[in-house]
Design a protein around this ligand. Structure first.
Ligand code: HEM
Length: 108
């Protein structure tokens, strides 16, 4: 099964406002946190709706149970050209030069 691949712009449209879904990015993957009963309060998640919550999530020292809850909500990954972390070596250098890097899964 091919993973869903989303752009940062698509994720940004899921900002939880006006009944829209609440998506967040964590380490270049995309999670649907809509309706999650967050022990820290849903406002904290809403602050990151549509955005990259990696640093905020890690700074909160979440437990393994919290990480499992997060993983259960994974819906896909960021497209290669919008990723911040996984590219290393030649691909990362090519991106810095402004060249496009082909996503091995074939999406955009
Ligand atoms: C879908 C994403 C998230 C999941 C599944 C999640 C899950 C949890 C869980 C299970 C707890 C209870 C303590 C623990 O087990 O670690 C917790 C607490 C907490 N979370 Fe999250 N969390 C998410 C996103 C966030 C984000 C984006 C922030 C941003 C600041 C955040 C901040 C906190 C804080 C500050 C607490 C502690 C609350 C307290 O002790 O009163 N969480 N979270």
């Amino acid at each position: 099964m091919a993973a869903n691949v989303y752009s940062k712009d698509e994720v940004a449209q899921h900002d939880g406002k006006d009944g829209r879904k609440v998506w967040i990015i964590y380490k270049d993957a995309v999670y649907d946190a809509t309706g999650y009963d967050h022990p820290g309060g849903f406002e904290l998640i809403m602050e990151w709706a549509g955005k990259d919550a990696t640093i905020a999530f890690d700074n909160a020292n979440h437990s393994n149970a919290a990480r499992r809850d997060l993983q259960e909500r994974k819906i896909g990954e960021l497209r290669m050209s919008d990723r911040s972390q996984r590219l290393r070596g030649a691909s990362a250098r090519a991106l810095k030069r402004g060249e496009s890097v082909r996503d091995p899964r074939g999406s955009s």
